[in-house]
Design a protein around this ligand. Sequence first.
Ligand code: HEM
Length: 165
Amino acid sequence: MWLQDFSTWLAATPASLFIQATDAIIPAVQTIHILCIAVVISAVLLVHLHTLGIAMRSQSGAALAKRFFPWLWWALALLLLSGTILIIAEPDRSLSNWVFQLKMLLVIAAVVLTFLFQQPLRKDPDYWQKSAARRTNAGAIAIVSLCVWVGIVFAGRWIAYAIAY
Ligand code: HEM
């Protein structure tokens, strides 16, 4: 219930009222959100389709992660910022919405999985290649990670259809 109260309070703040009264802000912020989704998904696909042996096989996994994951982290920061503006604008659409809450849990899971994959490569670029067990683990992280990121996109779109006014 406190979430509903917070949502009602947030919707009446000057920042929220300003965004609500300015037609172009929400479409502009949504556009930024969608462009950043494209960047995140492209980075994850490029790195993990390689991990699964499907794409970019002439390059090393460490080189791909080093090249594309910084794009992912920067885009994620912009997603957090643009998502926060969307919440401030229309808190009732998201905060108490179970699909939004699920999406946030999936975002945390995706961040943890991406970190778990990237971190060992910083010290040892061949880390995931050094044994059959590590190759299996990398493949498992890649598959789960891809599913979770796609789940986030699905949940993001679903929010609008699960609003509990
Ligand atoms: C990091 C924190 C994030 C926050 C706080 C956030 C928040 C939001 C909010 C509030 C909306 C508007 C929902 C609505 O009112 O209909 C939204 C839409 C959406 N989000 Fe996020 N989001 C975040 C990250 C992401 C990520 C990482 C992805 C996917 C990779 C994503 C995918 C989407 C999609 C597909 C939509 C629907 C866009 C549309 O149809 O206009 N979001 N997000």
